[in-house]
Design a protein around this ligand. Structure first.
Ligand code: HEC
Ligand code: HEC
Length: 259
């Protein structure tokens, strides 16, 4: 793909010139799938066509696999995921008592790896972690995003909101410039959405694979020519915590499909 397509650069001035106030507060939160083509929507809705289901099936196998020095599987402790993991993804990131920090689902699963399985953490964007987060997320599919009313999450949410509204990169654009002020606009011919987080991890046709919300946010940061945060960085967990509050009420779509 040509570099110009990878960067939002050429389109950004047009975008700002066409800027219309479509603040999210004027309407309900809207999932990215509402902006997608009928073909993409059909692919997401049909489990025999949605490629993300392959990761869900892999995750189901990993759920039952004994790992680490403890030789325990996720299922040994949590039982059937359809019961124990139902609703979990809808309320993450959550606050972890032991670390005293906000933790997202990926971080939470790695805490179980290290704490409870005595195994090594899985790479953030590796096949196994994506499969496990897809499988756990799938148990919440259709449930409304329900960020918890936990005051201990307030600092992370505030940090996430500050990052969301802070201009960054050579293009000097904030997340909000695109996803609050210009959703319903277009960039390089494609619709700009509200940048909602309710469908992750998801299958992106451009990636030809499944990716996390952090991979998507890194792509946006590279698009404005900013240095993206590392996978698992506290800044990303903070952004996720804020995005979850914006997505409140939207159905979990995991695994979503996007262009
Ligand atoms: C120059 C405009 C621009 C900026 C700035 C930008 N994005 Fe995006 N973002 C896009 C475009 C274009 C897409 C792909 C189409 C869509 O979903 O909006 C996208 C997609 C997304 C999605 C996926 C939505 C879905 O339904 O899958 C999320 C989440 C997101 N962005 C978050 C962010 C965050 C967080 C930031 C700031 C760190 C950011 N974006 C900065 C343009 C931008
Ligand atoms: C030896 C038992 C054990 C194993 C094995 C284990 N967990 Fe856990 N898990 C726990 C405990 C205990 C908690 C509660 C938090 C804590 O104390 O760390 C937890 C919490 C969780 C949570 C958060 C639940 C919530 O309500 O917020 C998720 C998600 C989770 N585990 C997923 C997994 C996955 C996926 C695996 C396999 C990779 C796994 N766990 C393996 C014991 C285990």
């Amino acid at each position: 793909m040509r570099p110009a397509v990878r960067c939002f650069g050429l389109a950004a001035p047009l975008l700002l010139a066409a800027s219309v106030a479509h603040g999210i507060e004027q309407g309900e939160p809207r999932s990215g799938i509402a902006f997608a083509s009928p073909e993409t929507r059909a692919m997401q809705a049909d489990d025999t066509a949605n490629p993300g289901l392959f990761w869900v099936l892999d995750g189901e196998q990993l759920w039952a696999k004994r790992e680490g020095a403890a030789q325990k599987s996720c299922g040994d402790c949590h039982g059937a995921a359809s019961a124990s993991m139902k609703g979990i993804a809808a309320r993450y990131p959550a606050f972890d008592d032991k670390t005293g920090q906000a933790v997202d689902l990926t971080g939470r699963i790695n805490l179980c790896r290290t704490r409870h399985q005595q195994a090594t953490p899985l790479p953030h964007e590796g096949k196994e972690m994506l499969a496990l987060t897809a499988f756990v997320g799938f148990q919440s599919r259709g449930l409304p995003m329900a960020p918890p009313a936990d005051p201990r999450l307030a600092p992370a949410r505030a940090q996430g909101e500050a990052l969301f509204t802070q201009r960054m990169g050579q293009l000097d654009l904030s997340c909000a410039n695109c996803h609050e002020a210009n959703w319903q606009g277009r960039l390089g011919g494609s619709p700009i959405t509200q940048g909602q987080s309710n469908a992750y991890p998801l299958y992106r046709l451009e990636w030809q694979g499944l990716g996390s919300l952090q991979r998507r946010m890194r792509a946006c940061m590279v698009g404005v020519r900013a240095e993206p945060f590392d996978y698992g960085a506290p800044e990303f967990v903070a952004l996720e915590a804020f995005l979850a509050t914006r997505a409140k009420g939207l159905p979990v779509e995991t695994p979503g499909v996007r262009p």
